[in-house]
Design a protein around this ligand. Structure first.
Ligand code: CIZ
Length: 430
């Protein structure tokens, strides 16, 4: 039996209290500070650490001052206030907790899951006037696109963005599309397949989902990326895949697309840094985006896990770089990872390559197995981590007072075509 592990937050607090410069053990020791430290201007970067010096995207929503009472309240006080507010609101509110969210927040969630599961879970509670999404910005946008007209979606901390999603913005994608359609033209081939189809990962801003809806394209998740690419290849000669190069490359490679037919599109470079010939030969044009957390996993970590645990099963997320996916026993979405662990016989050993909050929660929920994260440096999704219980208490108490704060609203000009791209995804079948 494994011994219970501390929550990620408790571990970070402990490590940094013992050694203020916890470099090596924690990817960014400043994670131990309250997120409000980073939410104020001037902020050093979009995430406290794991976003690796990504600049704050222009136009990114910024969190205002959190009232002091929520910053200074003890854990117990916040706990009592969150529970009291939830009890007062009853089924007028539903709280959603993403798999990657810290345990201190997930414990208040009515549903826990991946981004799309959560947006769908909210649909099962039409009586909830408010959907409090403890995830990141693109997730709250998707929930708003799918939510009923009288429901408000709330993101407790507006600074909880996704650095990967921000690597593809609508202006750069429109610019890439203009250059690509100039090269490919717009005429379908003899089989009726259009020259190029845009495919966006769920982890993207709503306006990119809208872009796909307007241009015959589609959304994918990490669970259905292969099905979606098949759908796209039936209708198009090639695909522009954004924003995550790794999910695009790993999925297309497994479907038999040769690497040399997957050029990378680097925004701000003419033709994305490619020659017209390379683009004409392309089957999948990959956007130069990545997840800062999944980028940390390496083949050396897998080799070490295998040396130390000969029976280990290594499962990684497809946002990991290709050599890591190739060296693992399996690759799949968060839901795939959860189900693989649920289905395993007692006494199994797993090394997991995904966000640490999910891995440690699984380790605690399945003590009959040995479950550990491939990366021994504690590195949570730093933007998701900005949903501190203080923010949750604040938005819930504001709702009790009849005020909706931090509402995420997607206008119809974007929501209508985005819904088209999401519906195409739902209709796509293997
Ligand atoms: O879609 C999600 O929630 C994410 C971030 C990944 C996954 O595999 O579920």
């Amino acid at each position: 039996m494994s011994t219970p592990t501390l929550s990620v937050d408790s571990e970070i607090q402990l490590i940094t209290a013992q050694s203020p410069d916890a470099t090596g053990a924690v990817c960014a020791p400043e994670l131990a500070d309250g997120p409000w430290v980073f939410d104020l201007e001037p902020a050093p970067s979009y995430g406290p650490g794991a976003s690796m010096a990504d600049p704050i995207p222009a136009g990114a929503p910024r969190q205002g001052q959190l009232p002091d009472e929520y910053k200074t309240a003890s854990k117990d006080e916040l706990d009592a206030r969150i529970l009291a507010a939830k009890a007062t609101l009853g089924d007028r509110v539903v709280v959603l907790g993403h798999f990657y969210q810290r345990d201190e927040v997930v414990k208040y969630a009515d549903f826990v899951g991946d981004s799309f599961q959560l947006a769908n879970a909210a649909l099962t509670v039409p009586q909830a006037e408010a959907i409090v999404f403890c995830g990141v910005h693109f997730m709250a946008e998707t929930a708003d696109i799918l939510a009923g007209p009288t429901q408000s979606v709330i993101l407790p901390n507006l600074a909880a963005g996704c650095s990967m999603a921000d690597m593809a913005d609508i202006d750069s994608v429109e610019e890439a599309w203009a250059q690509l359609t100039e090269i490919y033209g717009t005429e379908p081939d003899a089989d009726g397949r259009v020259p190029i189809i845009p495919v966006t990962y769920m982890n993207s801003a709503a306006d990119l989902k809208g872009f796909c809806g307007r241009h015959g394209g589609i959304v994918c998740t990490s669970s259905n990326a292969a099905t979606v690419l098949e759908w796209a290849f039936e209708r198009g000669q090639r695909v522009l895949f954004f924003p995550d190069q790794h999910l695009g490359r790993n999925t297309a490679k497994a479907m038999g697309v040769p690497l040399e037919r997957m050029p990378m599109w680097k925004p701000r470079k003419a033709l994305g840094g490619n020659t017209p010939e390379e683009l004409l030969d392309a089957q999948v044009v990959l956007w130069h985006g990545f997840c800062s957390v999944h980028k940390r996993f390496s083949v050396a970590q897998i080799d070490r896990a295998r040396a130390e645990h000969p029976d280990v099963r290594v499962i990684v997320h497809p946002e990991c770089p290709m050599p890591v996916v190739d060296a693992a026993d399996a690759a799949g979405s968060t839901d795939f990872i959860v189900k693989a662990i649920q289905a395993a016989p007692a006494g199994s050993t797993f090394a997991i390559g995904t966000e640490i909050n999910l891995v440690q929660r699984l380790a605690n929920e399945y003590p009959q197995h040995t479950i550990f994260c491939l990366d021994d440096v504690i590195c949570p999704c730093s933007t998701m981590y900005r949903i501190h219980p203080g923010y949750l208490a604040w938005v819930l108490e504001e709702l009790v007072a009849g005020r909706v704060v931090n509402q995420i609203t997607v206008g119809d000009d974007v929501a209508v075509p985005a819904r088209v791209a999401l519906e195409r995804m739902l209709a796509a079948r293997p």
